[in-house]
Design a protein around this ligand. Sequence first.
Ligand SMILES: [Zn+2]
Ligand SMILES: [Zn+2]
Length: 284
Amino acid sequence: IVLLLMIDYSFLLLVAYLIVFHVIFVLFVWTYWKSIFTLPLQPDKKFHMSYADKERYENEERPEVQRQILVEIARKLPVYTRTGNGAIRFCDRCQLIKPDRCHHCSVCAMCVLKMDHHCPWVNNCVGFSNYKFFLLFLMYSLLYCMYIAATVFKYVIKYWTDELTNGRSKFHVLFLLFVAVMFFLSLMFLFGYHCWLISRNRSTLEAFSAPVFQNGPDKNGFNLGFKKNLQQVFGEEKKLWLLPVVSSQGDGHSFPMRMLCESQNPLLANEEQWGDDGLDEENH
Ligand SMILES: [Zn+2]
Ligand SMILES: [Zn+2]
């Protein structure tokens, strides 16, 4: 009877191992799939230059007047970030005014909304459309590696102490442990780094060079506090946080800013900012 119970127990454990393995495996493949095949988002049509504006811009030879043309076009758009020298961010190749946090990716040959980085592991741009999926992919691959390492470790020990003698699977088990631990370690650093970035609401690109606003660079320009930063990427509904379904806030074109949120009347602050710009323009 004791033997029967032991067989039963190890069988149940095996089934439990298999079920947990497949749950993690499905989540891992699902998030990887979504990270790879979610197309990066291009800015909306209204950010593209109209034909008339394009002609006016290209026929103008004086850079300061060109700059002024861009300021005029951008006045109708919700753009608050500038280039390092205070000009409107314009993409020559896509012929558009770049929305805040948007960058041109040379691999994808297009402007990508809230571009984070171009990732060769998923052969895709990580940006507004798939940042949540990418983070979940990192998390589930970590879990996957950890689970494999933990379940295989027992057998490595058994081979070590010569309790098992099947020579052929020895190599497989050792190799599995080695690969799982290697991937776990490298992913751990990447995941840790992205957790830090989310807590401060920065993209990888913004961590390298702070976004420039009308009153200068501010690396915390989009930082709204931990909870709001988290909600911006994962959404407000907690039950959707761990699933690779769309739940990020906003449309990727404009993002709430710390300065505007802190002031009592965001609309007024907005107008004041534009007002300053208007004054500059008159002085030119
Ligand atoms: Zn571009
Ligand atoms: Zn790209």
